[in-house]
Design a protein around this ligand. Structure first.
Ligand code: ADP
Ligand code: MG
Length: 291
């Protein structure tokens, strides 16, 4: 039985002329133990798909079965309960509450359970130890590196022992060291037998995946099995096409960017290739009305 079975799923946002078809009759089956990278330009529907799979939202049309159970029409509070017991969700940023320590943040999802505070903190502490963050338990998020914040976010996603982990651009705000830390940790979670879905713009990170799903304009345009340790071949082509061939090209790219957006300082430390993949222009994407 697949973990995730999505059939003819569409998602529409808005009404009338302002309608956006974010997902267009998507079919997707994911088996237990897969480690799936989701790639595609900004606005193609990756987060919409992750939110549906993570039961943070419902499809407009179509069916979704999670562990063999139909979940596409659940009431929000029922969905929230299933989500809490089955799914760990990691976002690109705003993952931790700033006024709580790493330990308190990780213990948060246990609050509803009928267990003492001491026990909850002990469980959180064990998970933090597993992700290599034992010595940072009492740090506030602002005292941690970006990579450490994401590791704590992964710890929090794991504390209820979910079998499915969904990470929407977990390395989107991280430098290469932070990205590696996070991906190595997700790999370990995968090796323990969990199913993982993660969104990335970085072709290099397909090395960690067993499968890469490529999206465009609300549909899945390619689906590729890939060996762990190797960059997926389609992702590699995309990398080859967009990678600057020399420093001059790189500089030319930067100056072109500066002309286009004169005063937007970027906090990102990612490589220019990653940034290029990220930039697809929203203005050309029309809101498509369904039929
Ligand atoms: N809450 C929303 N309301 C209206 N449109 C939305 C909403 N969320 C996403 N969209 C639109 O749906 C499309 C897919 O968005 P998203 O799933 O966030 O793409 P991605 O994660 O691939 O960048 C985009 O055109 C986006 O503008
Ligand atoms: Mg997104």
């Amino acid at each position: 039985m697949p973990v995730i079975e999505i059939k003819d799923v569409s998602k529409l946002y808005g009404f009338g002329d302002a309608t956006t078809l974010a997902l267009d009759e998507v079919d997707l089956v994911i088996e237990e133990g897969e480690f799936v990278a989701i790639m595609g330009p900004s606005g193609c529907g990756k987060s919409t798909l992750m939110n549906l799979i993570g039961l943070l939202d419902r499809p407009t049309h179509g069916d979704y079965h999670l562990n063999g159970r139909k979940v596409s029409r659940l009431r929000p509070n029922h969905a929230a309960k299933i989500r809490r017991d089955t799914i760990g969700f990691i976002f690109q940023s705003f993952n931790l509450l700033p006024k709580l320590t790493a330990l308190e943040n990780v213990a948060l999802p246990l609050t509803y359970k009928n267990i003492s505070l001491t026990k909850r903190l002990k469980m959180a502490s064990n998970i933090l130890e597993r992700v290599g963050m034992k010595d940072r338990e009492y740090y506030l998020p602002s005292q941690l590196s970006g990579g450490q914040v994401q590791c704590a976010a992964i710890a929090r996603a794991l504390v209820n022992n979910p079998k499915l982990i969904i990470a929407d651009e977990p390395t989107g705000n991280l430098d290469s060291t932070g990205s590696r830390l996070v991906m190595e940790l997700l790999s370990e979670v995968h090796r323990m037998g969990n199913t993982i879905l993660f969104v990335t713009h970085n072709p290099e990170l397909t090395r960690y995946a067993t499968r890469v799903v490529y999206m465009h304009d609300g549909t899945i345009v390619q689906d590729e099995q890939t060996a762990i340790g190797q960059v997926a071949s389609t992702a590699k082509k995309a990398l080859y096409k967009t990678a600057p061939t020399s420093e001059e090209d790189d500089l030319a790219g930067v100056s072109a960017l500066m002309k286009a957006v004169p005063s937007t300082p970027s906090k990102r430390t990612s490589k220019p290739t990653a940034k290029k993949n990220r930039k697809p222009n929203k203005t050309t994407k029309k809101a498509k009305a369904k039929r």
